[in-house]
Structures are given as C-alpha cells and as structure tokens.
Design a protein around this ligand. Structure first.
Ligand SMILES: Cc1cc2nc3c(=O)[nH]c(=O)nc-3n(C[C@H](O)[C@H](O)[C@H](O)COP(=O)(O)OP(=O)(O)OC[C@H]3O[C@@H](n4cnc5c(N)ncnc54)[C@H](O)[C@@H]3O)c2cc1C
Length: 407
C-alpha cells in the first residue's frame, strides 16, 4: 500500500476521469482540473473503442453506459479504390469488436460517472506551472489559483503541459503525413447499408472510412495525405465549402460509397481536425511526484484506433501500482515498466498504417498489389489477440519483481 492519499489530475478528457475513478477504488482521493470551461456537447467526431479499451472501462463500471450510447461494429471490410474487397475481419453474427461513439457522448458518460462518485471536476482550470515540494506537488492555474496534493497526474493529452514540466526536452508530436476530416452523419436515400460493417477504403488519392446504417445514415472520416501539417486553426480557416470541394475532387474516381456520401454532406457537418500526429516515444514519464497518463505519455496515430483504449488501460494500471507499491516513485517506475513496451508497439503499428495511407503514387500501386497477400497473412484474429484481448486483472497484486525493465 503506497503512502499516496491525494492526487491532482490535469485534464478532464478520457484518461483523467478514468484515472480519478480508478484511484478512488484504491483509496486515493483525486480532483480533476480541466482547461476548458464549456461542456463537451457537440464537440469532436467519432471514436472507435476496441475490446481491450472496453475491458478497461469495465473496471471502473462505465462499460455498459458507453455501450448504450455507441454503435456496434461487427465486421470491417478493407477495399481498394476500385471497390475490390482486399480483406474482411470479424463475423457479422458475432460480438462487436469495436463500439463507435461520439466523443461528446463518451465525455458525458465519463463526467456523469465520475461526478456521481463524488469526484470533483473543475473547469476553466488551465495548468500553467507545477512544482515538486517536500510534501508532494503544487499546481498553479492560469487564473492564479493553486492546488496541492501528494501526486499530480498529467492526463492533458497530446500537447501536454505536464510533459514539458517533467522534461523540458520532451519530444513534440510528430506529423503522420495525414490530415483528418470527419463528418456528422450524412443522410442519403440511395446509400446502401453496410450492415454493421465499417468499410475502410484505400482510395486512389486518399483513405476513406464509412459505415451506413439501415436508414441510409452514414458516419465517415477521411485521411488526406499532405506535405504540410496544418494546425486545427489553419485547417478550419480553409472553410467547410472549400474542404467539401477538395474532398469531392479527391474521391471522385473511387468506386466506393465515398463520392455518394460526400454528395450528401453539408459544409456545416464537417469536423475538421487538421494534422494527425503521434509520439513514438516519450523518454521520461515521471519526475518526483508527477507522472503522465494517456496521450501525454503515449499518443498513437488515430490509424491504430487504440489511443483512447490504451489511455484508459494506463489509467487503471497506474492506480494498481499506487495501490500496491510503497511510494509514488516505486509505483511510477512499476507503472512505466508495465506499460511502455505495449504502448510503443501499438504506436509503431499505427505509424505503419498511417504511412500506408499517406503513400505517394508509386508506393500506392505497390501497396494495392501487395495488400491482399499481406492481409491474408496478417489479418488473423490470433495475430491481433495481444492487442485487443488484453484484460487487466485489477485485483491481482502488482509484482514488481515480475516486471521487466523496458529500456
Ligand atoms: C481525429 C482523431 C481520431 C481518433 N480516433 C480514435 C479512435 O477511433 N479510437 C481511439 O481509441 N482513439 C482515437 N483517437 C485518439 C484519442 O482521441 C486519444 O488517444 C484520447 O483522447 C486520449 O485521451 P487523453 O485523456 O489522454 O487525452 P484527451 O482526450 O486529449 O484529453 C486531454 C484533456 O486535457 C485538457 N488539457 C490540456 N491541457 C491542459 C492544461 N494545461 N490544463 C488543464 N487541462 C488541460 C484538454 O482540454 C483535454 O480535455 C483519435 C484522435 C484523433 C485526433
């Protein structure tokens, strides 16, 4: 049992509230501080939650509430620009292997669950500074207020302030060569249902993913290769009308549902994300009483479909380590050794998928020729089991001696 009794969590996205709920289970009282002051209603696009992520959400009792607001995906079809099926995963009659959820709905479920357990989530609290003290840590916010606790957890995402406080030389996010644009559901009377399947198409010029329900309502996202990493502000400045024109032109030759879906999209329905990024490795995850969790420590490209899932796994594992090891320092070390190899393997896989999507004209021809064979060899459930079947035994004691060093 560690000597840690209180925690400050910076970031009320996904890892933050889950860490707070997991810490509560092990007797540590946490307060969450979030930079934004508004609720998440209407914010962001869709997320795919993999089975390993849902297993982790289950450990803090929110899996069912998430499933209630999600759309299950039982199969995934990979197509070329000609519409040819390159691979298919899953079983239409089997259990869903992904739940897709609107980001705003997920935030709402986590916020409601955390606050119903008495966890305080304070908004409009942007961390600007944090210092290790003799008794723990003190955080200072942009409004001049301060908070102190035994430990501070940086769950403040890809552009983490806590990461640069822990290590001013920490790496910055890396551009994947792709820009992300998604859409709120588009209705099209002529759109054929994909019957619970998510279709991923390696289009002639850009990647497009979509699913169409029985009513002809389509959810979709596009990954557009780009030499320049546009920030979200720069990408939004281009404007919805112009983006829609660019997208319709990019996918015009594809013999998939992309051109038809885009005909039904309205500029106001676009969710413009800008550069998609990852962090291949963050050398320092903790210093003194501060530690990172989620994207701040291990951001994978969205292409892996694993970022949220591994963020939640890390939040849970951190709580287990704080429960079982005598000091924060020992717990942070064990936590990193438990997590680093797994998350960096997932990040590397996401980077490979992103570079396939960003392939230039020559590489694209090679990719489309080899993909059916590669998919036959690689796209087997047993090959992905290490990733998606991962389940944390929360009650099992963390055995420090059994954890291998990661570096
Ligand atoms: C386009 C796109 C698509 C994606 N698709 C998927 C997917 O399908 N499946 C999947 O699993 N993952 C996906 N991801 C990744 C996923 O969104 C992240 O991995 C996940 O959100 C990480 O959770 P987090 O809590 O660590 O960070 P975040 O969700 O980013 O939360 C961080 C929080 O910290 C707050 N914050 C930041 N700085 C401060 C500060 N200084 N003070 C206080 N608060 C602060 C932020 O406002 C935010 O609320 C996608 C990402 C993108 C960009």
């Amino acid at each position: 049992m560690s000597d840690v009794r209180t925690a400050i969590i910076i970031g009320g996205g996904i890892a933050g509230p889950v860490a707070a709920m997991a810490l509560r289970k092990v007797g540590i009282q946490a307060r969450v501080f979030e930079a934004y002051d508004e609720t998440a209603d209407g914010v962001g696009g869709m997320l795919g939650l993999a089975t390993n992520g849902l297993n982790a959400f289950d450990l803090v009792g929110v899996k069912d509430a998430i499933v209630d607001v999600s759309i299950p995906v039982s199969t995934m079809v990979i197509q070329s620009w000609t519409g040819k099926k390159l691979a298919e995963f899953g079983d239409p009659a089997g259990p869903p292997f992904i739940q897709t959820v609107w980001r705003a709905d997920l935030y709402r479920v986590l916020y409601d669950a955390a606050t119903s357990h008495g966890i305080e989530i304070e908004h409009n609290k942007r961390l600007v500074r944090a210092e290790n003290t003799e008794t723990g840590v003190t955080a200072t916010f942009a409004d001049g207020t301060q908070a102190s606790a035994d430990i501070l957890i940086g769950a403040d995402g890809l552009r983490s302030t806590v990461r640069s406080i822990i290590d001013p030389a920490a790496p910055s996010p890396r551009f994947t060569g792709l820009l992300g644009i998604a859409g709120r559901p588009a209705m099209g009377p002529k759109l054929a249902s994909t019957n619970g399947s998510m279709n991923m198409s390696y289009g002639k010029r850009a990647f497009f993913a979509y699913g169409v329900d029985q009513q002809g309502q389509a959810g979709w996202f596009a990954n557009v290769p780009s030499k320049k990493p546009l920030t979200v502000g720069q990408a939004r400045a281009i404007g919805g009308d112009e983006w829609l024109r660019i997208l319709r032109e990019l996918y015009a030759q594809d013999r998939t549902a992309a051109p038809e879906i885009l005909r039904h999209v309205r500029p106001a329905d676009l969710v413009i994300v800008g550069a998609l990024e990852d962090l291949p490795t963050v050398p320092t995850w903790s210093r003194g009483a501060m530690v990172l969790v989620g994207d701040s420590a291990h951001a994978t490209s969205p292409s892996s479909g694993q970022g949220a899932s591994i963020a939640v796994e890390s939040a849970i594992q951190l709580a287990r380590c704080l429960r079982d090891l005598p000091t924060a320092e020992a717990a942070f070390g064990a936590y990193e050794r438990l997590r680093r190899a797994r998350v960096e393997r997932i990040i590397a896989g996401g980077a490979r998928t992103s570079s396939e999507k960003a392939a230039g004209p020559v590489a694209r021809v090679f990719r489309d020729l080899t993909m059916p064979t590669v998919m036959k060899l690689m796209a087997k459930p047993e090959r992905m089991a290490w990733q998606v079947d991962y389940r944390i035994d929360f009650d099992a004691p963390v055995d420090e001696s059994a954890i291998l060093p990661t570096r």
